[in-house]
Ligand binder design. Structure first.
Ligand SMILES: [Zn+2]
Ligand SMILES: [Zn+2]
Length: 259
């Protein structure tokens, strides 16, 4: 099609159906990935927060050492490497909730691409054997299934599948949720640990001994869920555990949580 005709059609279409930002839902001019520049600024600013590669916690730069943050030094580094996109905080938190609860595809694509880039550019890229999504809680799955009329949306699975496509690291949903219980939303740190204890198991027949795997989740709040999954994997003699998450909250941001 003639270029100027195509541009005219696009201009007409934008005037009649103004594009809507997948981050905030407002219509207007979009920057990239159908996300407006204001949302992009929120993402960038949340991405710039320094974090500990051992546990993913936001930290002040002076707190970091080769052994990780003060918590990692005190309790032992939990993971070989945590990849995260951003700190879960005002601005980015709203966008994150739209992704988690409404399943905006463009946000999912953007997050998966950003995490994939971080993994590919890291020194550990060649080491990771498999991407394992953290199993969701049944309340969340049910709520999403109802909202999307049967189209199950599970952020961790969706992101892990996409990262697998971008990085060629195999997607391996080998963890099962074996016990019910309430979701983690609204629970304090110790209660979260207690709530997830014994909830996960390796799917029957799976062998991971000696493997180097990356757990994928949408958010780490206190890290209790990921730690419990890691416990199962360590018991199965996994050699190294990595983590990739879209957002990382902290105790101080728990009040923001609806996640
Ligand atoms: Zn926006
Ligand atoms: Zn740390």
């Amino acid at each position: 099609m003639n270029r100027s005709i195509q541009e005219s059609i696009e201009l007409f279409s934008d005037a009649v159906w103004p594009p809507v930002c997948h981050g905030c839902g407002r219509s207007g001019k979009l920057a990239v990935d159908e996300i407006c520049s204001s949302c992009m600024d929120s993402i960038k600013s949340a991405m710039q927060v320094e974090y500990c590669p051992g546990c993913g916690r936001s930290v002040a730069p002076y707190e970091l050492s080769p052994l990780g943050c003060s918590e990692c030094r005190a309790t032992g580094r939990r993971f070989v490497r945590v990849y995260r996109i951003a700190a879960y905080r005002e601005g980015f938190a709203d966008m994150f909730r739209r992704f988690k609860y409404s399943g905006f595809e463009n946000l999912e694509l953007f997050f998966a691409r950003t995490l994939s880039r971080a993994i590919i550019q890291s020194e550990h890229y060649e080491d990771i054997d498999a991407l394992i999504p953290v199993p969701t809680c049944w309340q969340h799955r049910l709520r999403r299934n109802i909202q999307s009329v049967g189209l199950g949306f599970h952020p961790a699975e969706g992101i892990a599948r996409l990262i697998s496509k971008h990085t060629s690291i195999p997607y391996a949903p080998i963890l099962d949720r074996v016990r019910g219980g309430r979701s983690q939303v609204g629970l304090s740190g110790p209660a979260r640990l207690e709530n997830v204890r014994g909830k996960f198991a390796l799917a029957r027949g799976c062998q991971v001994a000696g493997g180097r795997v990356c757990l994928v989740d949408d958010i780490m709040t206190t890290g209790a869920t990921v730690q419990e999954c890691a416990k199962v994997l360590r018991r199965a003699n996994v050699k190294e555990i990595y983590v990739a998450v879209v957002a990382r909250a902290g105790e101080d941001t728990a009040s923001l949580n609806l996640v």
